[in-house]
Ligand binder design. Sequence first.
Ligand code: FE2
Ligand code: FE2
Length: 220
Amino acid sequence: MQKQSITAEDYLKSIHELTEYRGYASLIDISKLLGTARQSVYDEINIMLEKHLVRRIERGRYVLTPSGQVDANKFLRKHRIAEILLFRGLSLQWKNLDDQAMGIEHGMTDEIMEKVCQKYGCDRCPHGNPVPDREGNVEQIEDMKMSGAVQGTGYVISRVIFEEHSILEFLNENHIFPGTEIIYTYDGQWSLDGKIVAFPENVSGALRIQMIKRTAETLH
Ligand code: FE2
Ligand code: FE2
């Protein structure tokens, strides 16, 4: 993927996603995710600290402040609507949407976003993440981690909270998307259409699931 120049908005998005994924954003993870030098991340974090957009929870680990989160959400609105446009309007591949949205998200005007929402609806991005409103409010989705699943129960994939490329590649290869139904079998394995899927830890940690109401008496 070719890198565009990294903006403050990109930092907000990365810190938000990493915090959703593992509870905080470290300098090294931000630098890997944005493909930028650690020193640049360090400099930008210092600016964000001064603006009270982030706070340090311990050495090298940061989270967004409430005002940083609102700014991140306003940008995530543009990003997620850009993904909807690229997916629904231009049929770009699902696994590439997060990367490709980087090319157009900064130029998403209110008028463009309104048209996309009118035409395709914009509740969720194609990875299942909620589109914040104009003020930066976002719907809280009631879903759970895969580690909390109960054996012999069916679940639906609710969303991919960390849209990192290798995670999206794995899901795409295994035909697993928001809305896909999977079963946590009595053997403690995940089954998809009768086929066992072994989720690597980085992938299972990035997924959120919702229980399917009907119970799975017929499971083995
Ligand atoms: Fe994304
Ligand atoms: Fe997305």
